[in-house]
Ligand binder design. Structure first.
Ligand code: M6P
Ligand code: ZN
Length: 198
């Protein structure tokens, strides 16, 4: 146990005050909103199969975070809202990452829309999990994760993960995921990613 949290009488001394945050289910916003980041299409050039203008300011997704100390005894929570859209035939998605601390797990709870969580491990195995309202996706340590909006409406979900996990984006930038999610005859299809490097 962490020495700082132990009193002389052996009782755990809480370091943080309990707090409540509202998740506005109809928008995915947090109330109050404290830390919001937006990912625009231009920043995602190279992640989609098709070329993307680095100048594109089209909003792809927004992340609202509940800030807490980034240590193993805390849990980070955020909501993510992915807009519907396509880059050529590839659905809008998050950048995707491994955790810098590879063994750290995460959960996603779907709030709205029709999403897919694509997972990959460093041996090149992959999985796809559904993410619609009420779906809980469990992401064990060692699995990179990317969320795809495979529908026509916003995908909104709540994530919770061990707060010291960190984001490793570089490995995904360099290797990609083994699969992509594309629209075929109006329906989502998971297809091999020709550019994937193990
Ligand atoms: C989820 C969590 C966050 C992540 C966000 C966007 O909410 O996994 O940690 O930041 O999705 O995904 P990415 O960081 O890959 O762009
Ligand atoms: Zn993560």
């Amino acid at each position: 146990m962490h020495a700082r949290t132990l009193c002389e009488d052996g009782l755990v001394q809480p370091e943080l005050e309990p707090f409540a945050t509202r998740v506005a289910l109809e928008t995915g916003a947090l109330e109050p909103e404290r830390q919001v980041s937006e990912r625009r299409l231009g920043e995602m050039a190279g992640l989609y199969a098709a070329p993307v203008a680095t100048s594109s300011t089209i909003l792809v997704y927004r992340v609202s975070t509940v800030p807490v100390p980034e240590r193993s005894s805390d849990l980070l929570c955020c909501t993510t809202v992915i807009e519907p859209g396509l880059v050529d035939d590839e659905y809008f998605m998050t950048a995707g990452h491994y955790h810098a601390m590879r063994d750290r797990a995460e959960t996603y709870l779907g709030l709205a829309g029709s999403g897919l969580v694509i997972l990959a491990d460093e041996a090149g195995r992959w999985r796809a999990l559904p993410l619609r309202a009420g779906d809980l996706a469990y992401i064990p340590g060692g699995w990179a994760h990317r969320t795809v909006n495979a529908g026509d409406d916003q995908v909104r979900f709540l994530s919770t993960w061990i707060a010291d996990a960190g984001h490793d984006y570089a490995t995904i930038r360099a290797r990609g995921f083994p699969v992509r999610v594309v629209r075929r005859a109006g329906e989502p299809a998971v297809v091999e990613n020709a550019a994937f490097r193990r």
